[in-house]
Design a protein around this ligand. Structure first.
Ligand code: ADP
Ligand code: MG
Length: 342
Protein backbone atom coordinates (compact mmCIF):
# COMPACT_ATOMS: atom_id res chain seq x y z
CA UNK A 1 0.00 0.00 0.00
CA UNK A 2 1.27 3.47 -0.76
CA UNK A 3 1.45 5.89 2.13
CA UNK A 4 -0.21 9.25 2.03
CA UNK A 5 1.26 12.15 3.97
CA UNK A 6 -0.93 15.22 4.19
CA UNK A 7 0.81 18.43 3.13
CA UNK A 8 -0.37 19.96 6.41
CA UNK A 9 1.89 17.55 8.28
CA UNK A 10 4.97 19.26 6.82
CA UNK A 11 3.50 22.74 6.40
CA UNK A 12 4.54 25.10 3.60
CA UNK A 13 8.13 25.61 4.71
CA UNK A 14 8.57 21.93 5.52
CA UNK A 15 7.24 20.97 2.11
CA UNK A 16 9.54 23.39 0.28
CA UNK A 17 12.53 22.10 2.22
CA UNK A 18 11.49 18.51 1.57
CA UNK A 19 11.08 19.08 -2.16
CA UNK A 20 14.24 21.07 -2.71
CA UNK A 21 16.72 19.28 -0.47
CA UNK A 22 19.83 17.61 -1.89
CA UNK A 23 19.87 19.53 -5.10
CA UNK A 24 23.47 20.60 -5.61
CA UNK A 25 23.78 23.51 -8.02
CA UNK A 26 25.31 22.62 -11.38
CA UNK A 27 25.96 25.94 -13.08
CA UNK A 28 28.59 28.57 -12.25
CA UNK A 29 25.99 31.19 -13.26
CA UNK A 30 23.93 30.21 -10.19
CA UNK A 31 25.39 32.01 -7.17
CA UNK A 32 22.42 31.37 -4.87
CA UNK A 33 19.51 29.00 -5.42
CA UNK A 34 16.65 28.10 -3.10
CA UNK A 35 16.72 29.46 0.45
CA UNK A 36 16.87 33.23 0.45
CA UNK A 37 14.46 35.97 -0.61
CA UNK A 38 15.72 35.76 -4.17
CA UNK A 39 18.07 33.65 -6.24
CA UNK A 40 21.30 35.31 -7.37
CA UNK A 41 22.59 34.74 -10.89
CA UNK A 42 25.69 35.99 -12.65
CA UNK A 43 25.66 36.11 -16.44
CA UNK A 44 28.76 38.26 -16.99
CA UNK A 45 28.61 39.50 -20.60
CA UNK A 46 26.00 37.03 -21.83
CA UNK A 47 22.45 37.87 -22.84
CA UNK A 48 19.81 36.60 -20.44
CA UNK A 49 16.72 34.83 -21.79
CA UNK A 50 13.57 34.46 -19.71
CA UNK A 51 10.46 32.42 -20.48
CA UNK A 52 7.49 31.33 -18.42
CA UNK A 53 4.57 28.92 -18.65
CA UNK A 54 1.38 28.46 -16.66
CA UNK A 55 -0.28 25.05 -16.53
CA UNK A 56 -3.75 24.52 -15.07
CA UNK A 57 -5.26 21.16 -14.24
CA UNK A 58 -8.24 20.41 -16.46
CA UNK A 59 -7.09 22.99 -19.02
CA UNK A 60 -3.53 21.99 -19.88
CA UNK A 61 -3.29 18.55 -18.36
CA UNK A 62 -5.54 15.72 -17.24
CA UNK A 63 -4.32 13.71 -14.28
CA UNK A 64 -6.53 10.76 -15.15
CA UNK A 65 -3.90 9.68 -17.66
CA UNK A 66 -0.87 11.89 -17.05
CA UNK A 67 1.39 10.56 -14.28
CA UNK A 68 2.68 13.35 -12.01
CA UNK A 69 6.30 12.47 -12.72
CA UNK A 70 5.72 12.89 -16.44
CA UNK A 71 3.87 16.11 -15.82
CA UNK A 72 6.85 17.47 -13.89
CA UNK A 73 9.26 16.42 -16.60
CA UNK A 74 7.18 17.87 -19.41
CA UNK A 75 6.47 21.15 -17.58
CA UNK A 76 10.20 21.75 -17.26
CA UNK A 77 11.17 20.52 -20.73
CA UNK A 78 8.69 22.74 -22.60
CA UNK A 79 10.35 25.73 -20.97
CA UNK A 80 13.82 24.53 -21.96
CA UNK A 81 12.49 24.16 -25.49
CA UNK A 82 11.61 27.87 -25.56
CA UNK A 83 15.16 28.79 -24.56
CA UNK A 84 16.69 26.50 -27.22
CA UNK A 85 14.33 28.10 -29.73
CA UNK A 86 16.22 31.38 -29.12
CA UNK A 87 19.49 29.52 -29.72
CA UNK A 88 20.20 29.73 -25.99
CA UNK A 89 21.01 27.34 -23.16
CA UNK A 90 18.61 26.93 -20.22
CA UNK A 91 20.36 27.37 -16.87
CA UNK A 92 17.85 27.91 -14.08
CA UNK A 93 14.15 27.40 -13.37
CA UNK A 94 11.78 28.54 -10.70
CA UNK A 95 8.75 26.37 -10.01
CA UNK A 96 5.56 27.74 -8.50
CA UNK A 97 2.77 25.44 -7.48
CA UNK A 98 -0.77 25.83 -6.22
CA UNK A 99 -2.22 22.65 -4.75
CA UNK A 100 -5.52 21.58 -3.29
CA UNK A 101 -6.00 19.13 -0.39
CA UNK A 102 -6.34 16.28 -2.86
CA UNK A 103 -2.56 16.24 -3.21
CA UNK A 104 -0.23 14.59 -0.73
CA UNK A 105 3.46 15.01 -0.03
CA UNK A 106 4.04 11.80 -2.02
CA UNK A 107 2.24 13.32 -5.01
CA UNK A 108 4.51 16.36 -4.87
CA UNK A 109 7.52 14.04 -4.60
CA UNK A 110 6.41 12.43 -7.85
CA UNK A 111 5.99 15.79 -9.56
CA UNK A 112 9.39 16.96 -8.34
CA UNK A 113 11.09 13.71 -9.32
CA UNK A 114 10.10 14.53 -12.90
CA UNK A 115 11.27 18.14 -12.59
CA UNK A 116 14.54 16.95 -11.05
CA UNK A 117 15.11 14.42 -13.82
CA UNK A 118 14.55 17.08 -16.48
CA UNK A 119 16.98 19.40 -14.66
CA UNK A 120 19.59 16.62 -14.54
CA UNK A 121 19.18 15.65 -18.18
CA UNK A 122 19.41 19.27 -19.39
CA UNK A 123 21.90 20.60 -16.81
CA UNK A 124 19.54 23.13 -15.22
CA UNK A 125 19.40 24.37 -11.60
CA UNK A 126 16.14 24.70 -9.66
CA UNK A 127 16.67 28.03 -7.92
CA UNK A 128 13.34 28.93 -6.37
CA UNK A 129 9.61 29.13 -6.65
CA UNK A 130 6.51 29.69 -4.63
CA UNK A 131 4.04 27.38 -2.96
CA UNK A 132 0.43 28.01 -2.13
CA UNK A 133 -2.75 26.20 -1.22
CA UNK A 134 -5.34 26.20 -4.00
CA UNK A 135 -9.11 25.61 -4.14
CA UNK A 136 -9.04 24.17 -7.63
CA UNK A 137 -6.65 21.31 -8.18
CA UNK A 138 -3.08 21.65 -9.32
CA UNK A 139 -1.46 24.69 -10.90
CA UNK A 140 2.15 24.75 -12.02
CA UNK A 141 4.04 27.74 -13.28
CA UNK A 142 7.63 27.37 -14.38
CA UNK A 143 9.97 30.19 -15.32
CA UNK A 144 13.19 29.36 -17.09
CA UNK A 145 16.26 31.54 -17.35
CA UNK A 146 18.86 30.87 -19.98
CA UNK A 147 21.86 32.41 -21.63
CA UNK A 148 22.52 33.44 -25.18
CA UNK A 149 25.70 34.65 -26.82
CA UNK A 150 25.65 38.25 -27.95
CA UNK A 151 24.87 38.33 -31.65
CA UNK A 152 23.76 34.69 -31.70
CA UNK A 153 20.30 34.91 -30.23
CA UNK A 154 17.82 33.93 -32.94
CA UNK A 155 14.45 35.69 -33.19
CA UNK A 156 11.31 34.90 -35.18
CA UNK A 157 11.82 38.01 -37.23
CA UNK A 158 15.00 37.31 -39.19
CA UNK A 159 13.83 35.16 -42.12
CA UNK A 160 14.76 36.53 -45.57
CA UNK A 161 13.54 35.80 -49.07
CA UNK A 162 15.20 32.63 -50.53
CA UNK A 163 16.03 31.25 -47.04
CA UNK A 164 15.35 27.55 -46.55
CA UNK A 165 12.69 26.39 -44.11
CA UNK A 166 13.88 23.51 -41.90
CA UNK A 167 12.27 21.42 -39.19
CA UNK A 168 13.75 18.85 -36.81
CA UNK A 169 12.35 15.40 -35.93
CA UNK A 170 8.84 14.50 -37.01
CA UNK A 171 5.45 16.11 -36.52
CA UNK A 172 1.97 15.14 -35.36
CA UNK A 173 2.93 12.28 -33.06
CA UNK A 174 2.23 14.08 -29.78
CA UNK A 175 -1.20 15.06 -31.06
CA UNK A 176 -1.95 11.46 -32.03
CA UNK A 177 -0.74 10.37 -28.59
CA UNK A 178 -3.25 12.76 -27.05
CA UNK A 179 -6.07 11.47 -29.23
CA UNK A 180 -5.18 7.95 -28.20
CA UNK A 181 -5.14 8.78 -24.48
CA UNK A 182 -8.45 10.62 -24.77
CA UNK A 183 -10.04 7.71 -26.59
CA UNK A 184 -8.85 5.17 -24.02
CA UNK A 185 -10.04 7.45 -21.26
CA UNK A 186 -13.54 7.52 -22.72
CA UNK A 187 -13.62 3.76 -23.04
CA UNK A 188 -12.17 3.43 -19.56
CA UNK A 189 -14.90 5.63 -18.05
CA UNK A 190 -17.52 3.15 -19.22
CA UNK A 191 -15.89 -0.07 -18.06
CA UNK A 192 -14.80 -1.65 -14.80
CA UNK A 193 -12.00 -4.01 -15.74
CA UNK A 194 -10.22 -2.11 -18.41
CA UNK A 195 -6.59 -2.11 -19.38
CA UNK A 196 -5.85 0.11 -22.34
CA UNK A 197 -3.84 -1.49 -25.12
CA UNK A 198 -1.09 0.79 -26.28
CA UNK A 199 1.19 -1.78 -27.89
CA UNK A 200 2.75 -0.57 -31.12
CA UNK A 201 1.86 3.01 -30.17
CA UNK A 202 4.57 3.62 -27.60
CA UNK A 203 6.21 6.34 -29.65
CA UNK A 204 2.99 8.37 -29.77
CA UNK A 205 2.53 8.15 -26.00
CA UNK A 206 6.13 9.06 -25.38
CA UNK A 207 5.84 12.10 -27.61
CA UNK A 208 2.75 13.24 -25.69
CA UNK A 209 3.78 12.30 -22.16
CA UNK A 210 7.54 12.67 -22.20
CA UNK A 211 8.63 15.13 -24.87
CA UNK A 212 12.25 16.19 -25.19
CA UNK A 213 13.64 19.61 -26.07
CA UNK A 214 16.05 19.71 -29.03
CA UNK A 215 19.26 20.61 -27.23
CA UNK A 216 20.99 18.24 -29.67
CA UNK A 217 19.86 20.23 -32.71
CA UNK A 218 21.16 23.48 -31.21
CA UNK A 219 24.50 21.71 -30.72
CA UNK A 220 24.59 20.35 -34.29
CA UNK A 221 23.74 23.75 -35.73
CA UNK A 222 26.65 25.30 -33.82
CA UNK A 223 28.94 22.46 -34.85
CA UNK A 224 27.97 22.86 -38.50
CA UNK A 225 28.57 26.60 -38.26
CA UNK A 226 24.97 27.46 -39.11
CA UNK A 227 23.30 30.42 -37.43
CA UNK A 228 19.59 30.21 -38.33
CA UNK A 229 18.07 33.46 -39.55
CA UNK A 230 14.83 32.79 -37.62
CA UNK A 231 13.75 30.05 -35.23
CA UNK A 232 10.97 28.94 -32.91
CA UNK A 233 9.81 25.72 -31.33
CA UNK A 234 6.74 23.89 -32.61
CA UNK A 235 4.30 23.97 -29.71
CA UNK A 236 1.06 24.99 -31.45
CA UNK A 237 1.59 23.22 -34.77
CA UNK A 238 3.83 23.81 -37.78
CA UNK A 239 1.26 25.95 -39.68
CA UNK A 240 0.72 28.33 -36.85
CA UNK A 241 4.46 28.66 -36.12
CA UNK A 242 5.35 29.24 -39.76
CA UNK A 243 2.80 32.02 -39.94
CA UNK A 244 4.43 33.63 -36.89
CA UNK A 245 7.82 33.59 -38.59
CA UNK A 246 6.32 34.89 -41.85
CA UNK A 247 4.46 37.71 -40.12
CA UNK A 248 7.33 38.77 -37.86
CA UNK A 249 9.87 38.55 -40.69
CA UNK A 250 7.55 40.23 -43.27
CA UNK A 251 7.95 37.36 -45.73
CA UNK A 252 5.92 34.54 -47.27
CA UNK A 253 6.70 30.85 -47.49
CA UNK A 254 6.15 27.68 -49.51
CA UNK A 255 6.43 24.30 -47.87
CA UNK A 256 6.04 20.93 -49.59
CA UNK A 257 3.68 18.25 -48.35
CA UNK A 258 5.95 15.40 -49.44
CA UNK A 259 8.79 16.78 -47.30
CA UNK A 260 6.92 17.05 -44.02
CA UNK A 261 8.48 14.52 -41.64
CA UNK A 262 5.90 12.12 -40.22
CA UNK A 263 6.56 8.95 -38.23
CA UNK A 264 5.04 5.63 -39.28
CA UNK A 265 3.01 5.22 -36.06
CA UNK A 266 1.53 8.69 -36.56
CA UNK A 267 0.40 7.69 -40.05
CA UNK A 268 -1.15 4.42 -38.83
CA UNK A 269 -2.99 6.21 -36.05
CA UNK A 270 -4.32 8.93 -38.35
CA UNK A 271 -5.73 6.23 -40.57
CA UNK A 272 -7.39 4.48 -37.62
CA UNK A 273 -8.89 7.76 -36.44
CA UNK A 274 -9.94 8.63 -39.97
CA UNK A 275 -8.04 11.88 -39.76
CA UNK A 276 -6.18 13.70 -42.48
CA UNK A 277 -2.53 12.95 -41.77
CA UNK A 278 -1.10 16.17 -43.15
CA UNK A 279 -3.63 18.25 -41.23
CA UNK A 280 -2.60 16.47 -38.04
CA UNK A 281 1.09 17.03 -38.76
CA UNK A 282 0.55 20.71 -39.60
CA UNK A 283 -1.78 21.58 -36.75
CA UNK A 284 -1.27 18.93 -34.10
CA UNK A 285 1.02 20.81 -31.79
CA UNK A 286 3.14 19.89 -28.78
CA UNK A 287 5.86 18.47 -31.01
CA UNK A 288 8.56 20.62 -29.39
CA UNK A 289 10.64 20.33 -32.52
CA UNK A 290 12.62 23.29 -33.84
CA UNK A 291 11.41 25.18 -36.88
CA UNK A 292 14.09 27.42 -38.37
CA UNK A 293 15.21 29.18 -41.51
CA UNK A 294 18.75 29.26 -42.87
CA UNK A 295 20.38 31.27 -45.63
CA UNK A 296 20.42 29.58 -49.03
CA UNK A 297 24.23 29.72 -48.88
CA UNK A 298 24.02 27.20 -46.01
CA UNK A 299 22.10 24.68 -48.15
CA UNK A 300 24.83 22.02 -48.19
CA UNK A 301 25.43 22.21 -44.46
CA UNK A 302 21.70 22.19 -43.69
CA UNK A 303 21.08 19.20 -45.98
CA UNK A 304 23.66 17.23 -44.00
CA UNK A 305 22.19 17.92 -40.56
CA UNK A 306 21.00 14.68 -38.96
CA UNK A 307 17.36 14.71 -37.86
CA UNK A 308 16.58 17.88 -39.82
CA UNK A 309 14.53 18.20 -43.00
CA UNK A 310 14.39 21.07 -45.43
CA UNK A 311 10.67 21.44 -46.07
CA UNK A 312 10.44 24.59 -48.15
CA UNK A 313 11.64 28.13 -48.66
CA UNK A 314 10.91 31.74 -47.83
CA UNK A 315 9.37 34.03 -50.46
CA UNK A 316 8.34 37.65 -50.92
CA UNK A 317 5.44 38.55 -48.61
CA UNK A 318 3.04 39.12 -51.57
CA UNK A 319 3.27 35.41 -52.43
CA UNK A 320 1.56 34.42 -49.17
CA UNK A 321 2.02 31.24 -47.16
CA UNK A 322 1.25 27.97 -48.91
CA UNK A 323 1.51 24.23 -48.65
CA UNK A 324 2.33 22.66 -52.02
CA UNK A 325 0.58 19.29 -52.31
CA UNK A 326 1.91 16.11 -53.89
CA UNK A 327 -0.13 16.88 -56.99
CA UNK A 328 1.31 20.42 -57.21
CA UNK A 329 -1.88 22.05 -55.92
CA UNK A 330 -1.45 24.81 -53.35
CA UNK A 331 -3.36 25.24 -50.10
CA UNK A 332 -3.05 28.37 -48.00
CA UNK A 333 -1.59 27.77 -44.54
CA UNK A 334 -4.01 28.60 -41.77
CA UNK A 335 -3.32 28.99 -38.09
CA UNK A 336 -5.76 26.48 -36.72
CA UNK A 337 -3.12 25.91 -34.05
CA UNK A 338 -4.20 23.54 -31.36
CA UNK A 339 -4.35 25.36 -28.07
CA UNK A 340 -6.29 25.23 -24.87
CA UNK A 341 -8.27 28.38 -25.61
CA UNK A 342 -9.91 27.05 -28.75
P1 ADP B 1 9.01 34.06 0.31
O1 ADP B 1 8.32 34.25 1.61
O2 ADP B 1 10.15 35.00 0.08
O3 ADP B 1 8.08 33.91 -0.86
P2 ADP B 1 9.15 31.25 0.50
O4 ADP B 1 9.07 30.81 1.91
O5 ADP B 1 7.95 31.15 -0.34
O6 ADP B 1 9.79 32.69 0.46
O7 ADP B 1 10.31 30.43 -0.19
C1 ADP B 1 11.53 30.14 0.46
C2 ADP B 1 12.52 29.65 -0.57
O8 ADP B 1 12.02 28.47 -1.19
C3 ADP B 1 12.76 30.65 -1.69
O9 ADP B 1 14.11 30.49 -2.09
C4 ADP B 1 11.82 30.17 -2.76
O10 ADP B 1 12.28 30.57 -4.04
C5 ADP B 1 11.87 28.67 -2.57
N1 ADP B 1 10.62 28.00 -2.99
C6 ADP B 1 9.36 28.24 -2.55
N2 ADP B 1 8.48 27.39 -3.12
C7 ADP B 1 9.18 26.60 -3.96
C8 ADP B 1 8.86 25.54 -4.83
N3 ADP B 1 7.60 25.11 -5.01
N4 ADP B 1 9.85 24.95 -5.53
C9 ADP B 1 11.12 25.38 -5.38
N5 ADP B 1 11.50 26.35 -4.58
C10 ADP B 1 10.55 26.99 -3.85
MG1 MG C 1 6.71 32.42 -1.18
Amino acid sequence: MTTRTEISKLGEFGLIEHLTQNMPLKNPQTLKGVGDDAAVLDYKDKQVLVTTDLLLEGVHFDLTYVPLKHLGYKSAVVNFSDIYAMNGQPKQITVSIGLSKRFSVEDMDELYSGIRLACDVYGVDLVGGDTSASMTGLTISITCIGEGEKGKVVYRSGAKETDLVCVSGDLGAAYMGLQLLEREKNVFNGEKDFTPDFSGKEYLLERQLKPEARKDIIASLAEAGILPTAMMDVSDGLSSELLHIAKDSHVGCRIYEERIPIDYQTAVMAEQFNMNLVTAALNGGEDYELLFTVALADYDKAAELKGVKIIGHITKPELGNYLVGRDGGEVELKAQGWNSLS
